[in-house]
Ligand binder design. Sequence first.
Ligand code: NDP
Ligand SMILES: O=C(O)C(=O)[C@@H](O)[C@H](O)C(=O)CO
Length: 277
Amino acid sequence: MTQAPRVTLSGGIDMPQLGFGLYKVPAEDAARLAGEALGAGYRSLDTAAMYGNEAGVGLAVAEAADGGLPREDVFVTTKLWNSDQGYDPALRAFDRSLSALGLDYVDLYLIHWPCPARGLFVETYRALERLLEDGRVRAIGVSNFQPEHLRRLAAECTVMPAVNQIELHPWLQQDLLKTVHAELGIRTEAWSPLGRGRILRDPVIAEIAAAHGVSPAQAVVRWHLQCGHIVIPKASSPERIRENADVFGFELTADDLDRIAGLDRGERTGSDPSEVN
Ligand SMILES: NC(=O)C1=CN([C@@H]2O[C@H](COP(=O)(O)OP(=O)(O)OC[C@H]3O[C@@H](n4cnc5c(N)ncnc54)[C@H](OP(=O)(O)O)[C@@H]3O)[C@@H](O)[C@H]2O)C=CC1
Ligand SMILES: O=C(O)C(=O)[C@@H](O)[C@H](O)C(=O)CO
């Protein structure tokens, strides 16, 4: 594939705009599929302590390094799980993730969910600031944070999150959050960018894809890129992994973008952040 464009995060770190997501990739398959993704040209891998597959991701990075792809050319994201919130628990959780990954540093470390009922996300975020200061992570950010959570970090912390990773796809376009991100200098990263596969059956997406001679998944990944989102589709076969990254030979028209804008119906395919604690 043509290498994905890179976006510059608020701290000055570059991140590939397209990455490979590993939610629900079994631990025993993670090294192989992450390795397929790197072989197909992806340069960003998205895992989490909760996915139970950090070790496989780290192995793929190490094997790629042995094969000539330097560690510093691969962008690794992992996430702190909800039960590890709090300042000291967060530092310990990071040590465990780093050790599972077998890496010296992580490129991007995220708080997985705000868990407002726990009341710990601000102090947890301060632990991430400490990791950044200590050079153990290159960038820090959050996931599933709502405007009120982001505004608390803006008021009470020193470093703004570089990204907020949120559910985002044509059926859930998140205009309000994207406006708040733009105001606060936070990059929008789309999780479940294919709506867990469901969007691919939308007739408007199918029509747009057919008009460009591409698959529905390719049309949706392309839509994310043209909207400026960081996008991390997951797939379980080498063919789909390659297909989802083969999105640089066509461009959606202004009319395509208008039609996809009309698909927003506020529909989640994953959990609602206000209900996760
Ligand atoms: N921060 C957070 O809270 C969350 C983060 N994430 C991150 O976002 C990533 C992506 O989201 P995810 O929920 O996995 O869902 P996606 O929206 O990426 O969709 C994945 C689904 O689409 C299918 N699919 C992928 N490519 C194709 C294709 N070309 N043609 C047909 N079907 C296809 C996959 O099938 P198959 O696997 O069978 O190939 C799978 O069922 C996660 O893996 C994770 O890294 C996800 C959820 C929450
Ligand atoms: O994949 C993740 O990172 C998640 O946290 C989720 O998948 C989450 O548990 C969910 O949305 C389940 O529907």
